[in-house]
Design a protein around this ligand. Structure first.
Ligand code: SF4
Length: 238
């Protein structure tokens, strides 16, 4: 299949159905999840979020006024918990500076996408994937998220080589996806993750994959010519 992100979305929707991401009750919870999911599994993030909710700390104002030594034990299960505590508090301080700590969904309401993304990338601990996850899922802005699953799939389909940068892959997706289609971008990222966990793992399960007939790597793997080809790809963050 030649590079076609809209066709990929359609094919994955057909195979897996609607995903309705991000699994969260509020935009602030999406932001917290986007920070906590760095380098850990979603199961651990869910545990931490449940702990924050129980402690009534799933709220920007409450979180900002909580000492790190109280927060750290609640985030321990996500790994790098001291770092993530600092990052969460930095995000809350940023929301406060932007005047929307109590209403995080209003973040950047007057900013265009480029300006808001630049501001987010200036927050301690917020990288491109985290910023774009917040923009797409918490703030409903039309921007594609590129994660390890996305890169791996693009490589295996023959659309990108292993050195492709985040920005390069994102701009290629943006060039093909409908301009203001937030829902399509939300579903595409969710579906790529689900597909990556189900079939396109580090050792891919190609025989049952819905993309097999159009996948360059899959045709090599199923022909038996390249048994361990998938081992070169690193672990996804989710
Ligand atoms: S056929 Fe295999 S390598 Fe290709 S997308 Fe599917 S699981 Fe991944």
């Amino acid at each position: 299949m030649p590079e076609d992100w809209r066709e990929l979305l359609a094919r994955l929707q057909q195979a897996f159905g609607p995903q309705h991401w991000w699994p969260a009750d509020s935009p602030f919870e999406v932001m917290v999840g986007a920070i906590l999911t760095q380098n850990t599994s979603w199961t651990q993030v869910e545990k931490a979020i449940a702990g924050l909710r129980k402690a009534q700390l799933l709220d920007g104002k409450a979180l900002l006024h909580t000492p790190p030594e109280v927060l750290e034990p609640l985030l321990r299960c996500t790994g790098y918990y001291r770092l993530k505590t600092r990052r969460l508090l930095a995000l809350c301080a940023f929301l406060q500076r932007e005047g929307c700590l109590g209403r995080p969904e209003h973040l950047g309401a007057r900013d265009d996408l480029t300006t808001l993304r630049r501001k987010l990338l200036g927050v301690y601990g917020v990288g491109e994937e985290t910023a774009d996850s917040i923009l797409l899922y918490a703030l409903q802005r039309p921007i594609s998220v590129v994660d390890a699953y996305t890169k791996r799939l693009a490589q295996r389909l023959g659309w990108a080589d292993a050195r492709v940068s985040y920005a390069a892959l994102q701009s290629r997706m943006e060039a093909q996806l409908r301009r203001n289609d937030v829902r399509g971008r939300q579903e595409l990222h969710a579906l790529i993750v689900v597909h990556g966990k189900t079939y396109c793992r580090s050792r891919p399960v190609c025989a049952d994959c819905p993309l097999l007939r159009d996948c360059r790597h899959g045709s090599v793997v199923t022909s038996g010519a390249h048994h361990r080809a998938g081992d070169r790809v690193g672990s996804p963050e989710h």
